[in-house]
Unconditional design. Structure first.
Lengths: 264, 441
């Protein structure tokens, strides 16, 4: 990150006797995946621009346990969850924002029964809240004026948690032309990465799921396929490349679009 | 009471008794599942049932099939009022006992006639869709054999029942117009007023025979059909209501917490736990409970009710990303397998008693690992089901058994677990590097 944008950790905050208003849960993809790191940085820039006092866990953060839970490894999931809950409760964390729908779903829905109770928001919800509170005033700008954008609903944001509107409302701020795929919102088609598929070869079939989905998105001839999940981003990017359309169609996270519109 | 009334009464009692016997068996089978607490939230549950089952809200997401289904559904419910009259007439030898209701009776009979025609129309459309062979979800492997025949039997029986009902009315009206003694003028017949004149050439005794024949065919058909339900996918007309009432109320993304695992993990993470402590006494006698599900008895009773509620429409499978892309997984097959296996377990209990083990199980003998590992847990199947069946819960519980009891994960997933355990991330990156991104541009 640039010199002006600091990324404080919870430990540093605590040492300085400060309390952040929100913890940014970065997630494994956001921390390590080169493509997803760009989304992480875009969100940090937005938080900075809106003067949000945030912190990350840094090296104290660990996998939420989502892929283990979906695969059926409840032991590993609960070990991860309980370790994370110890850390989060140790810092008395109340509010969490994350750019990963899998972390979002797990922390929000599955941590409470293990003793972790937090108000968890997906970054699209959090950014919308910043705009609603007047802390972030998107100029709309010329960057995306008239461009065709379609939104791919991440399963664990949309169907799994009924968050359909927050990302779309942000896209509308861009003054772009929002076009919907036939399979959108509660009928959205998976990118193929969920349920721990991200970490294994697909079972035998006649097509990859991300190809099916990218085909559907590309049929709309969008300049941008927007999404809100690092794994969807990977799958859709690969799908677009498969059709040699990476010059015409970019796969971007909603946070990146907002950051770009703001010249951040 | 004449001999006909006695025969009718015996048929009625036999049919209702046999139906009750079959329903008790299904209830027993469902209760072989593990207990889950579904109490509370009655208000919300009634609302869901009213919207999804009574109001058919998810059926009409596919407009053509949805509207046709509404015809059959409304026809079934409303025409049952007529069946009530038929039963009273049958027992007491009366004829059209409700006809004293006057105008209301006219309206009822008229609506039955219109609905009967709409039901016929819907059945013909549905039969055409199935015989046409163009709809992928009706042509899949899991439907070959009995399931396809089951669907055809249901539709043809409904065609016959409606045909008999309309024939009965037409003959009745023709007799009314002839001024036949027993057939007082009653009811309004928007359909039969067109068909009755076709019968005008028949003699009075011929018409009476036709009317009686159709009357008996209609009611005996219904009583037989009632007893067909429990061995058929058509049982959904009953279970759709309790099944939607007991819909899972949590967000779809929230998978259930395993209390048993929680206890062990808490013990593992408790610094004060005595590592040399003797294992706690098992809380109950009987076999050790498994992690996850291997057979139908390891699933919850709601999962098993889901299986009996499934009418094999295949909307789940049509939305499944794995199935769309040619993988082996079909959520509908998961439900059909669960029901088939549960029926088999039930037959074993009937034949050999409660503790009989046939050496078979849902996992392995019915559902393969390849199917389970194709699932992306996207919940599209759960969303698509018109009666709120949840195939995903079963898939995940079977995966849990594979992973935690048999250590049978795909190799790459084993690497993922190891990475999470060692590095706190599903990839082999060092935890110490977790904040490196903040130092980059």
């Amino acid at each position: 990150m640039s010199e002006q944008v600091k990324v404080p950790t919870m430990a540093e905050m605590l040492a300085a006797s400060e309390v952040p208003e929100v913890l940014f849960w970065v997630g494994c993809a956001g921390s390590f995946d080169d493509r997803a790191k760009k989304i992480t940085k875009a969100l940090v820039k937005i938080l900075h621009k809106a003067s949000v006092k945030f912190a990350v866990l840094g090296t104290e953060e660990s996998c939420s346990g989502d892929p283990a839970k979906r695969a059926g490894n409840e032991f590993l999931f609960q070990m991860q969850a309980m370790m994370n809950i110890q850390v989060l409760n140790g810092y008395e964390v109340k509010n969490i924002v994350t750019a990963c729908p899998h972390c979002f779903n797990t922390l929000k829905n599955e941590y409470p029964e293990l003793g972790g109770n937090y108000k968890v928001l997906h970054h699209t919800q959090f950014i919308r809240q910043l705009i609603d509170e007047g802390r972030l005033k998107p100029k709309g700008g010329q960057a995306f004026k008239g461009k065709r954008i379609t939104f791919h609903d991440p399963c664990y944001l949309g169907r799994a948690n009924s968050v359909f509107e927050a990302p779309r409302e942000l896209l509308e701020k861009l003054d772009a032309e929002l076009v919907e795929m036939k399979r959108c919102k509660s009928k959205g088609l998976c990118c193929g990465a969920g349920g721990a598929q991200m970490f294994k070869e697909a079972e035998k079939g006649n097509k990859e799921v991300n190809i099916e989905r990218s085909e559907e998105a590309l049929a709309l001839k969008p300049q941008i396929i927007a999404t809100g999940c690092p794994f969807c981003n990977t799958m859709m990017t690969d799908g677009v490349k498969n059709f040699n359309k990476e010059d015409e169609t970019k796969v971007m996270d909603v946070a990146e679009l907002i950051a770009q519109a703001e010249d951040l | 009471m004449g001999i006909a009334n006695i025969i009718f009464l015996i048929a009625l009692i036999a049919a209702v008794g046999a139906f009750a016997f079959q329903v008790r068996k299904i209830r027993r089978n469902i209760l072989l599942g593990k207990d889950v607490d579904m109490s509370g939230n009655a208000g919300e549950r009634f609302k869901i049932m009213a919207r999804v089952a009574l109001g058919q809200s998810k059926m009409v997401k596919r407009p053509l099939a949805g509207i046709m289904h509404v015809f059959i559904y409304v026809g079934f419910v409303i025409i049952n009022l007529e069946v009530l009259e038929i039963i009273i007439d049958g027992i007491f030898g009366t004829h059209r006992i409700f006809s004293g209701m006057g105008l209301a009776y006219d309206a009822l009979i008229a609506s039955f006639e219109v609905l009967a025609v709409l039901v016929l129309l819907a059945c013909i459309v549905f039969l055409a869709r199935r015989y046409g062979g163009q709809i992928r979800r009706f042509e899949m492997k899991e439907l070959f054999g009995w399931p396809k025949n089951d669907a055809y039997i249901i539709l043809w029986v409904e065609v016959i029942l409606m045909g008999a009902f309309l024939t009965m009315n037409a003959a009745d009206l023709a007799l009314q117009q002839k001024g036949s003694a027993h057939y007082t003028e009653a009811g309004s017949y928007p359909v039969s007023s067109f068909t009755a004149p076709l019968l005008a050439g028949m003699s009075e005794s011929g018409l009476i025979a036709l009317e009686r024949g159709a009357w008996w065919a209609h009611i005996l058909g219904i009583l037989l059909f009632l007893n067909y339900l429990p061995i058929s996918k058509h049982f959904h007309i009953i279970l759709a209501f309790p099944n939607t009432y007991f819909t899972r109320l949590k967000p779809m993304g929230e998978f259930n917490n395993m209390e048993k695992v929680k206890k062990e993990v808490e013990l593992m993470m408790d610094p004060n736990a005595d590592p040399y402590a003797a294992p706690a006494e098992p809380e109950s006698e009987g076999p050790q409970e498994k992690f996850g599900a291997k057979d139908v008895g390891d699933l919850s009773w709601k999962n098993l009710m889901d299986a009996y509620s499934c009418t094999e429409c295949g909307r789940c499978t049509a939305e499944c990303p794995a199935n769309i892309t040619g993988k082996l997984l079909s959520p509908r097959k998961i439900m059909m397998d669960t029901r088939d296996r549960l029926e088999e377990v039930g037959r074993n209990i009937d034949k050999h008693g409660k503790d009989y083990d046939d050496g078979k199980s849902l996992l392995g003998d019915y559902i393969t690992e390849e199917e389970l590992w194709a699932c992306t847990t996207c919940n599209a199947c759960v969303q698509a089901c018109p009666v709120n069946i949840n195939p995903l819960e079963i898939i995940v519980d079977l995966r849990r058994y594979l992973v935690m009891e048999e250590s049978k994960s795909p190799t790459e997933l084993n690497s993922m677990y190891t990475n999470v355990e060692n590095n706190g991330a599903p990839w082999a990156f060092a935890q110490a590097d977790r904040l490196k991104w903040a130092e980059e541009d």
